[in-house]
Design a binder for this molecule. Structure first.
Ligand code: URA
Length: 430
């Protein structure tokens, strides 16, 4: 077997065997297959596709390219994953709610990618919070407190790290078998017994329309089944940003407000729907409505917020910031953005809002870039809201006057208006 034969086979639209896929994944991870040959095979896959069996074999080969964690002594661990979005602070809220109901949350999260945010960057906005724990400490925290949220410390799915970076540079990201195998390889390596996936859909997501989001969901569920990991997908709307804040400490503050009972409707819909499925998979109850009610009860009685504080304390964070979110350092410039017309807001594309937030310093252009934790955007108006010309529709948080002015100019143009009434966007699409 050699890599050239494998490339020509896929170029000619033939099905690859498990041995051929393993040969490729192993060779590329070890470095014996160079980038140009891997790129060629990825492009052939992008153009000609892969069937379910090939996609599952690719997933399992990538999952076993590094460590595979065994979390079985923690009980049924239900993992949650999002395919990425703007203003997505769901993990910060959902993880403590689920843990407060007695279901263990042992989760490894990522950093922001492109214009989308990442949970680890957000958690690091809490002074002192340590996202790098040893595996022993991670497991111990879950055993003692039912919760730990850390960055990817172990050598998990290194094949995916290399392949994802390569795909990003050769126009091969938006492909269902490649996205599905990338996500599921990491979830399998991270040791989850069951998985709930938030498949985002719309302007600010990889899947731009419902048809493709459904195809990706079906593929994720099939791979989960073949790999023995029960998987549920919920398709959520990422046409406009989720909630009102975009940016690291700003999103942490929104998450704290949520856990204190001040919930934005779209975030509430997504958190309750994903959480209800997680509780069902963990065998709390088959009844999704009851699960949602239990989650709301633990917000009302303060148990979810208490669990969040326990998480922060266990990981070295300063809990006084959770008690008094006003303590988070504010950006130097906070500029209001005014409506340029009267009417109803008809569009607020998530991707552009994410890009403006990244330009302010909330995200990275290169992997090595640093981020500014207190910059970003707070939305005062979203799709469906009625506004008068001159009314404040958002606030820019920036540490540089020039960046603040640029962001203001850009954000003014992002908001679209119409004179007829606009129905607010649905949060759960399927
Ligand atoms: N998220 C991933 O982890 N991988 C992809 O390929 C796309 C989104």
């Amino acid at each position: 077997m050699n890599i050239l034969e494998i490339i020509t086979k896929k170029r000619d639209n033939q099905i690859l065997t498990n041995e051929e896929i393993e040969y490729f994944v192993k060779g590329y991870t070890e470095g014996s297959i160079p980038d140009y040959q891997a790129a060629s095979l990825l492009m052939a896959i992008y153009l000609n596709g892969m069937n379910e069996e090939e996609t599952t074999n690719l997933t399992l080969s990538m999952a076993h390219s590094g460590d595979v964690l065994d979390l079985s002594n923690l009980g049924t661990v239900v993992d949650k994953h999002s395919t990425g979005g703007v203003g997505d602070k769901v993990t910060l809220i959902l993880a403590p709610i689920i843990a407060s109901l007695g279901v263990p949350v042992a989760k490894m999260s990522g950093r922001g990618l492109g214009f989308t945010g990442g949970t680890i960057d957000k958690l690091e906005a809490i002074p002192g919070y340590e996202t790098n724990l040893s595996m022993e400490q991670f497991m111990q925290n879950v055993q003692n407190s039912k919760i730990s949220l850390i960055g990817q410390t172990a050598n998990l799915a290194p094949a995916d790290k290399k392949l994802y970076a390569l795909r990003d540079t050769i126009g091969c990201v938006e492909n269902i078998p490649l996205i599905a195998s990338s996500i599921m390889s990491k979830k399998i390596a991270a040791g989850a017994s069951k998985i709930v996936i938030d498949v985002t859909c719309g302007n600010g997501a990889f899947m731009k329309d419902l048809e493709h989001a459904k195809q990706l969901s079906e593929m994720l569920i099939k791979i989960g089944k073949l790999a023995g990991k029960e998987t549920v997908c919920v398709i959520t709307n990422m046409e406009e940003p989720l909630g009102v804040s975009i940016g690291n400490s700003l999103e942490v503050i929104e998450a704290i407000q949520f856990l204190k009972g001040n919930m934005q409707e779209d975030v509430k819909d997504v958190v309750l729907t994903l959480g209800a499925h997680m509780l069902k998979l963990a065998k709390k109850s088959e009844d999704l409505e009851k699960n949602k009610q239990d989650m709301l009860t633990n917000i009302e009685n303060g148990k979810a917020l208490a669990k969040f504080k326990e998480l922060v304390e266990n990981q070295g964070g300063d809990v006084s910031y959770i008690n008094t979110p006003e303590k988070f350092e504010k950006a130097k410039y906070i500029l209001p953005v005014k409506a340029t017309k009267s009417g109803y807001i008809s569009s607020l594309p998530a991707q552009t809002v994410g890009e403006i937030s990244r330009n302010l310093g909330a995200g990275r252009f290169k992997k090595e870039d640093g981020i500014e934790q207190n910059v970003g955007i707070v939305l005062a108006k979203k799709v469906g809201d009625e506004v008068n010309k001159g009314e404040t529709i958002a606030y820019i948080h920036a540490n540089s006057e020039q960046k603040a002015k640029q962001a203001l100019e850009d954000l003014v143009q992002v908001y679209q208006y119409q004179s007829e009434k606009v129905i607010p966007l649905k949060s759960i699409l399927s």
